[in-house]
Design a protein around this ligand. Sequence first.
Ligand SMILES: NC(=O)C1=CN([C@@H]2O[C@H](COP(=O)(O)OP(=O)(O)OC[C@H]3O[C@@H](n4cnc5c(N)ncnc54)[C@H](O)[C@@H]3O)[C@@H](O)[C@H]2O)C=CC1
Ligand SMILES: O=C(CO)COP(=O)(O)O
Length: 355
Amino acid sequence: MAEQQIRVAVLGGGSFGTALASIAADNGAQVRQWMRDEALVEQINRERRNGRYLPNYPINPAVQASTDLATVLHDAELVLIAIPSKAFRSVVQTAKPWLKPEQILVSTTKGIEQDGFLLMSQVLEQETGFAHIGVIAGPNLASEIADKQLTATVIASADALTRTRVQQALGCRYFRVYASNDRHGVELGGALKNIYAIAAGMAAALGMGENTRSMLMTRALAEMSRFAVAQGANPMTFLGLAGVGDLIVTCSSNLSRNYRVGFAIGEGRTLDDAVEALGQVAEGVNTVRLVCTRAAEIGVYMPLAEGLYHVLFDGVPPQDMAKTLMMGEQSSDVEFILPREDVQQAHRDTGGWHD
Ligand SMILES: NC(=O)C1=CN([C@@H]2O[C@H](COP(=O)(O)OP(=O)(O)OC[C@H]3O[C@@H](n4cnc5c(N)ncnc54)[C@H](O)[C@@H]3O)[C@@H](O)[C@H]2O)C=CC1
Ligand SMILES: O=C(CO)COP(=O)(O)O
C-alpha cells in the first residue's frame, strides 16, 4: 500500500489506461488521466464512466480526466503510458516539454515499433534519456481489473526505485505487483503473446480440442522464448506472469481483442473486417509482421508465427495453419535442456533427416 499519496499521471483514455487509473486511485493516489477526446473527458469527470472503452465499470471519483497534457503531467511522480504502439512515440514527443528526469516513466503497451524493431521502453529511452524507465506486463485483461477481479502483474526495470514505486502505487487488495529486472524479456513477452492469441482464437473457431489448445500454447511459449533469448532476454522470464501467465489468459479468453480477431478470421471473416468490427487495438496483427521479418533476419525458427502470417497476409486458409505445426521438423520439447540442433543431428545420423 502507498504510505504517502503518490501523484500518478496516466496517458491514454482506452480500456487499459482507464483500468490502471482506477487502481491507482483505489490505492489512494492522486490520479490524472490524459486523453484526446473532450467528450470522453467530460463523461469520465461527470458520470465516472468511460462509455467508449470500458462502459460497464465505475471509475474511482479521484481520477481527474483532462485533454491538457501540462495539467496532467504537472507534479506527477509516476507516469503510466497506455497508448497503442503505433501512436506511442508521437504522444511521448508531444508530452516531452512537461516530462522531468526525476519522474518514473512506465510503458504498459504490448507492441513493437516498426522502424528499428523497438519496444516502447526503448522509445521512452530514446525520446527522454531518463533513468527511471520501466514496463508493466502480465495477464491483465482490462475489464477484469475494472471489475476488481484478483489480478497480478509484473513491473520490470533495471532501476530499483522504478520497481518499488510502482509496487507501492498499484499494489492493492485486488492487484498484486511482482518485480523483475529483465525489462526486455517482460516487454517482449507482452508483445509476442498477442501473436499466439490470434492463432488460438482462430483454432477455437475451427473447433480445436483441448489437446490442440494445450499444444499450441506450449509450442507458442517455446517459440516466444527462443525468439526473446536471441534478442538478449532471460528465458526464465517466460516462466513468469509476463510469459506463460499472459499467454494463458490471452489464448483462452474471449475478452482478449487479439483472440477475438483470430476467432472472427477462423469463422471466415477477412482481417480488415475483423479489425474494423473490433474497434479497439489488436497489437498482434502488426507484431506478427514485424516478428516474422526479424526472425528471418536473425535466423530464428518460428513456425507458428510464420503460419499465422501466411493466413493473415497471404490468403492461406486458416485450416492450413495447423499443417505448419504438425508437418514441421520433429523437434525438441524444451530446447534449453535438449538443443534442437542435437535432435536434428541425431536424425541426420540415422539417415532420416531431410534438409
Ligand atoms: N486492454 C487490455 O486489456 C490491455 C491492454 N494492454 C496494452 O495497452 C495498450 C493500450 O491499449 P488499450 O488501452 O487497451 O487500447 P484501446 O484500444 O482500449 O484504447 C486506445 C487509446 O489510445 C488512444 N490513442 C490512440 N492513438 C492516439 C494518439 N495518436 N494520441 C492520443 N491517444 C491515442 C485512443 O484514443 C484510446 O483512448 C496496448 O498496447 C495494449 O496491448 C496491456 C494490458 C491489458
Ligand atoms: O494483454 C492483454 C491481457 O493481458 C490484453 O490482450 P488484448 O490486447 O488481446 O485484449
